[in-house]
Design a protein around this ligand. Structure first.
Ligand code: 0L1
Ligand code: MG
Length: 256
């Protein structure tokens, strides 16, 4: 099986926002390790063409999402500079069926490596914690996939939007931060930081450990999206999403 050509296929669909059939329909023998290789190769292609690798995202960090895909471990994906929204406007151009979810992002000032990383080391390496919105978009038809498929599709990474205000890592009980998500003025989701593996810091620890198994690590300056605090909400042009983060302000995204 030619992983390079599968990476090219996934990249093309990501760029054009075109739905595709699950890779596992054609290649049922694909492994999770090969799927991560496809993910890495497709991101390397983008970087070779001028994009920048700026961080990582953790996905499937809530029990509900893990059950829906039949796994008991989160997955990770890679973030590129081109995915970052610079203003509160999401254009659906290039997206298949976007969904928005509230997250807490960690921005690192120091690197993190190794399988035995502790919460204290994560706090020490963290410059700030920032309220964030992730826009996920599966390139698979009907947003339906297996674990292998979603890993190859960069864990459904599509866009992300960071708040302007960063907060000291010691400034809040991140597991107790409540969020309320409104779409077009109606409350559609509520949750708390604890939805992310019990505490968002665990997401950064787990990411560091998962990467260490592959000989990889987190570099200074990188962003980590720790995982959805609520279910992701489908959006379409004309929608407006507003998320308030208890004690931290709010983020809005208009969809065009
Ligand atoms: O960020 C996420 O938790 C999404 C991971 C991939 C699964 C999905 O697309 O729902
Ligand atoms: Mg997410």
């Amino acid at each position: 099986m030619d992983l390079e050509s599968l990476a090219r296929r996934v990249s093309e669909h990501q760029r054009k926002g075109l739905a595709m059939k699950k890779l596992t329909l054609e290649y049922p023998e694909l492994t999770v390790e090969q799927a991560y290789r496809i993910q890495a190769l497709s991101v390397e292609r983008s970087v070779a063409e001028g994009d920048r690798f700026v961080g990582w995202k953790m996905g499937l960090t809530s029990r509900a999402k893990q059950v829906s895909v039949g796994v008991d471990e989160p997955i990770y994906g890679r973030l590129l500079a081109s995915m970052e929204l610079r203003e509160s406007l999401l254009s659906v151009g290039g997206l298949v069926h976007p969904r928005v979810e509230p997250e807490l992002a960690f921005v690192l000032k120091e690197g993190l490596h190794g399988e035995s990383v502790t919460p204290r080391e994560v706090w020490r390496a963290t410059e700030c914690v920032v309220p964030a919105l992730e826009v996920i978009d599966s390139r698979y038809e009907n947003f339906s996939f297996t674990l292998v498929d979603v890993v190859a599709d960069n864990a459904s990474s599509a866009r992300f939007y960071l708040g302007e205000q960063g907060f000291s890592p010691y400034g809040a009980r991140w597991d107790e931060v409540g969020v309320v998500m409104r779409k077009n003025g109606e409350v559609v989701q509520t949750g708390a930081g604890a939805a992310v593996l019990g505490h968002p810091v665990r997401s950064v620890m787990m990411l560091t450990r998962m990467l260490a198994r592959e000989g990889l690590g987190l570099e200074p300056g990188m962003v980590v999206l720790t995982g959805g605090i609520t279910e992701a909400v489908p959006v379409q042009p004309g929608d407006a999403v507003e998320v308030s983060y208890e004690g931290l302000g709010s983020l809005e995204l208009r969809v065009g």
